[in-house]
Design a protein around this ligand. Structure first.
Ligand code: AKG
Length: 374
């Protein structure tokens, strides 16, 4: 009966788990985890100093050229020298929020966040590699600002929370393994200073990543949403969450602007989740690429991959992805114009033929008449 053994599935290897049972339970139950002191104080201080230095530049140039329009119609200013792009919003009401995309390019202090070992252990547990950074943001939230509630409930697969809890076929390696989670978007938010409840912390509805209905409360004010809780942080803490979780930002009622860095990870094929280069590649400058180790480079597309801003050739500064779409549409227009010209020719010919037939007919009738009267 040896053949019976040969058709039995091979034993599925048990991978070494980097999240402990409590963390797995909490993440699955609530949709987020607060990771205390995951960043060392030196990295926190350097990232905060860089964010402070950049702040004036970001605020004072936000309406400047070059600019481009990203996903959701967001108007981004592109900083050619530092390779970031930024927009301002107060969609939740109150004070402003400056969102700075591709922030990793802007200062070597942020290099510590590219492939940060302690963070990657969690990310690798939650998403199936090879992994890439699919967006990196620095957010400045001023007094009065709220981030409106969003997400939660049924959602497209890029944001979906997926629990596997068993053997899992990985077509990348061609093998089977045991996995607990399979997320396409893992989001991490790092606190660069203490963020108490009054400073506008991230707020979440625990468990809403598994909700079967969308929040029925209308509006986006997180304070008016039952079940929404704030997650205060201390400098160096991170919140790891699934984008499927209903979340937002409680109002910042302090005079101190809240400064946090938000990084998204996902499988390499899932591409950018940033509105600046949606479904395209995140933008990496040559300068940042030159600074990175091989391990860090594996987490980002090379500068040549696309997603490069091209303000020089176009005053609106569109991304290569957008430029490619425009080119494709131009080609389609050219083909349609050619077809239209041909149809017009055919029509003109048909008209000429009809006209000739009519003239023939008139001539024939005239001949008949003249014959009759002759
Ligand atoms: O921190 C906030 O105010 C909201 C953050 C957020 O919406 C996100 O990181 O997806």
């Amino acid at each position: 009966m040896d053949y019976v053994r040969s058709v039995l599935p091979a034993e599925v290897p048990e991978p070494e788990s980097s999240m402990n049972d409590v963390e797995k339970y909490q993440f699955d139950l609530n949709g987020y985890l607060l990771l205390k002191g995951i960043l060392d104080p030196d990295s926190v201080a350097r990232c905060l100093a860089a964010s402070n230095t950049l702040e004036d530049r970001i605020r004072s140039t936000i309406d400047d050229e070059p600019h481009f329009i990203g996903h959701y119609g967001l108007r981004y200013h592109y900083d050619e020298e530092l390779g970031y792009c930024s927009y301002v919003t107060n969609h939740g009401g109150g004070g402003s929020q400056y969102i700075v995309d591709d922030i990793l390019n802007a200062d070597p202090a942020f290099d510590a966040l590219v492939g940060h070992a302690a963070t990657m252990k969690y990310v690798e547990e939650l998403a199936l590699g090879p992994l890439r950074i699919s967006s990196s943001e620095l957010r400045y939230r001023d007094r009065g600002n709220i981030t409106g509630s969003h997400m939660g409930g049924p959602i497209d697969s890029r944001n979906q929370y997926q629990f596997v809890g068993g053997p899992f076929m990985d077509s990348e390696s061609g093998g089977s393994t045991r996995r607990d989670f399979n997320l396409l978007t893992v989001r991490i938010m790092y606190a660069l200073h203490d963020v108490p409840m009054e400073n506008g912390p991230l707020c979440v509805v625990p468990g809403s990543h598994k909700a079967n209905f969308h929040a029925p409360y209308g509006g986006k004010d997180p304070l008016k949403e039952p079940g929404m809780i704030g997650v205060p942080m201390q400098a160096g803490d991170a919140i790891l969450f699934t984008e499927n979780l209903r979340h937002g930002g409680f109002p910042n009622v302090l005079d101190r602007t809240r400064k946090t860095i938000h990084i998204c990870f996902g499988p390499v094929w899932a591409s950018s989740q940033s509105p600046a280069h949606w479904n395209d590649f995140v933008h990496v400058t040559e300068a940042a690429w030159a600074r990175y180790s091989e391990a860090q480079r594996a987490l980002l597309p090379p500068p040549s991959a696309g997603g490069t801003m091209v303000p020089g050739s176009d005053p609106s500064g569109v991304t290569v992805g957008t430029a490619q779409t425009i080119q494709r549409l131009r080609n389609e227009v050219a083909v349609l114009q050619e077809r239209m010209a041909k149809l017009e020719d055919d029509l003109a010919y048909a008209r000429r033929v009809t006209l000739c037939a009519r003239i023939d007919d008139i001539v024939r009738r005239l001949r008949l008449l003249t014959n009759r009267h002759a």
